[in-house]
Ligand binder design. Structure first.
Ligand code: ZN
Ligand code: ZN
Length: 376
């Protein structure tokens, strides 16, 4: 039997046993090593999403191939052979889009716009075999034909590879600010440019790391928790703005201006998810710069914005919704590159056994540490 944490309803998390599933030709059975707990899991738990209960939460998992079907051996995303004992990271969103919605028909280059997307650990029920369709379990079943599976480079340990999914969110948001083919015209990000990241949760910290690895000059992080601010510095933030010292939005904007030669930042990435951070971030962006919104995955309400600022600054405001499945390649390559440079392995601060999923959830709800993870 396999132990799994299941969400049976709103705020109803329990632990159950499922039989070991039969592995089909397209299938992979993973021994789950680590699975991150993220804001989405919190929203699922809190009843903010319509879900096909019961669901095994957890969409940020890394594991070791324990059993693999003949066809699945040829399905590694970058064409590497796959076999028993390999460590893999799995893109939780399916690569099979419905093909019928507006996004699929008219914007196939933006696969996350499909309105009928299936995501492991989010909206796939564990009611029927193979049951193990989420990360908070000792073993995960993956249909490798319908989900992209990446072999993790040997250099990257599980406590770093487990960040593939949140880093895909962060790095894709960052890449929204890269104007293809136009770096010398000062449109958005350029090598040596200035980047403000608002917020130092896992997404904010991984945005800082991405900016650092992409060759940013000045990186400024804004947060109010010591542990997170110190980590932001170690991941590449040259300056941090502590909200307990710079208490008003005006003071923080003035501080960004001071640190960027009076211009404002080339790029601002909003990773807080609080509406008030948005006009503040727009004010931190220089004229001709880019502001990227990735923090508001759910809907906490509205905020007044001065449209004159947007017009006067001739700036771009961009949204980032998830990431294409190719983004995991970017992340795994960046991780391999940064393994001796950046302390990515310290972002997971708390680990819990599958049977202690409730404790993990409580820890995240209490906002303890930086990132909590379930251990297989
Ligand atoms: Zn997540
Ligand atoms: Zn679709």
């Amino acid at each position: 039997m396999v132990k799994a944490a299941i969400l049976e309803g709103v705020e109803k998390l329990s632990v159950t046993d499922y039989p070991v599933p039969e592995v089909e030709a397209n299938g992979i059975l993973l021994r789950m090593e680590l699975c991150g707990v993220c804001g989405t899991d919190m929203h699922m738990y809190g009843g903010k999403m319509a879900l096909p209960f019961p669901v095994i939460p957890g969409h940020e998992f890394v594991g070791i191939v324990e059993e693999i079907g003949e066809k699945a051996k040829g399905y590694e995303a970058r064409g590497q052979p796959l076999g028993v004992g390999d460590r893999v990271a799995v893109v939780p969103g399916t690569n099979r889009f419905c093909g019928d919605c507006y996004g699929c028909r008219f914007m196939p280059h933006k696969p996350t716009l499909c309105t009928n997307r299936k995501v492991l650990g989010v909206n796939m029920t564990s009611a029927e075999a193979p049951h193990l369709l989420g990360g908070w379990t000792e073993k995960v079943y993956v249909d490798a034909e319908h989900f992209w599976v990446y072999k993790v480079p040997d250099e990257v340990p599980p406590e770093v590879a487990v960040l593939s999914e949140p880093m895909a969110v962060s790095s894709r948001a960052f890449e929204r600010a890269v104007a293809p083919g136009l770096p010398t015209y000062g449109e958005g990000f350029r090598v040596g440019g200035s980047v403000v990241v608002q917020g130092a949760g896992a997404i904010g910290l991984l945005a800082v790391a991405t900016a650092e690895l992409a060759g940013a000059g000045t990186i400024i992080n804004v947060d109010m928790v010591d542990e997170r601010l110190r980590m932001a510095e170690r991941l590449g933030a040259e300056h941090v703005i502590d909200m307990r010292q710079h208490r008003s939005a005006e003071e923080r904007v003035a501080e960004v201006n001071r640190l960027t030669g009076g211009l404002g930042a080339d790029v601002v990435i909003e990773c807080v998810g609080v509406p008030a951070a948005v006009p503040e971030g727009i004010d931190m962006t220089r004229r001709g710069g880019k502001f990227v919104e990735v923090g508001h995955y759910t809907n906490p309400g509205t905020v007044p914005i001065n449209p004159h600022t947007i017009c006067f600054k001739d700036m771009d405001i961009l949204g980032s919704w998830a990431y294409p499945p190719t983004q995991f390649a970017t992340c795994l390559d960046l991780m391999k590159l940064s393994i001796d440079r950046l302390p990515l392995h310290e972002i997971v601060t708390h680990r819990f056994k599958v049977g202690d999923a409730q404790k993990a959830m409580d820890n995240v709800l209490a906002r303890c540490g930086i990132k909590s993870a379930i251990q297989g």
